[in-house]
Ligand binder design. Structure first.
Ligand code: FES
Length: 162
C-alpha cells in the first residue's frame, strides 16, 4: 500500500465518524483493524479532525492492548499465559513457536507473516493450554501440534475467516 493509499484509507475511516472525541477510540480500533497497527499519520489526521493533541491519542493507543503502534504480522498467534494455561505448558508452546518461527512473544517475523504474543486468560481454562491464531482457538494444544498449525497458516490454508 502506498503512502497515498494509506492516507486515503485513514481519511475514509475518520470521515465515517462524527468529529467528536468520544469516537476517538472507535476510530483507532478501525484503523488498527485496517492496517493491523496504527500508522503515525493516523494520529496526526485524527488529532486535526478532533482538535486535540496527538499525545492524547498516543496515550489511548498505548493504554489499550488491542491497539499497536508497530506493524503486526499477517497472522497473529496469541498464547494464553493465564494460570491454567501456564501450568499446562504455555511456555513450552512459546518455545516451540520460537523453534518454528525464530521469534519470542512480542515479536514479528522478518517477513511480516506472523506475530506472537502472550495474552491473559481467554476464559477457556478447562481447555488449557489455549493458543489462538487469527481468532481461531486451538484448545488442549500439545507441543507436537504447533508445527502443523503454523504450517497451515503459512501456506494460507487457514485464515481468520474460517
Ligand atoms: S488460563 Fe488460559 S484460558 Fe484461562
Amino acid at each position: 500500500m502506498t503512502p497515498e493509499e494509506q492516507a486515503s484509507k485513514i481519511e475514509e475511516i475518520i470521515a465515517a465518524y462524527p468529529a467528536n472525541r468520544r469516537y476517538a477510540l472507535a476510530v483507532l480500533q478501525d484503523v488498527q483493524h485496517a492496517f493491523n497497527y496504527i500508522p503515525q499519520p493516523a494520529f496526526k489526521a485524527l488529532a486535526a479532525r478532533l482538535g486535540c493533541p496527538e499525545s492524547q491519542l498516543y496515550s489511548m493507543a498505548t493504554f489499550y492492548k488491542a491497539l499497536s503502534l508497530t506493524p503486526k504480522g499477517e497472522h497473529i498467534i496469541k498464547i494464553c499465559n493465564g494460570t491454567a494455561c501456564h501450568l499446562r505448558g504455555s511456555m513450552s508452546l512459546a518455545t516451540q513457536l520460537k523453534n518454528e518461527l525464530g521469534i519470542d512473544p512480542g515479536q514479528t517475523t522478518e517477513d511480516g507473516k506472523f506475530s506472537v504474543e502472550f495474552v491473559n486468560c481467554l476464559g477457556s481454562c478447562a481447555l488449557a493450554p489455549v493458543m489462538v491464531v487469527d481468532g481461531n482457538y486451538h484448545n488442549k494444544l500439545r507441543v507436537e501440534q504447533v508445527k502443523k498449525i503454523v504450517a497451515l497458516y503459512a501456506d494460507g490454508e487457514r485464515s481468520g475467516n474460517d
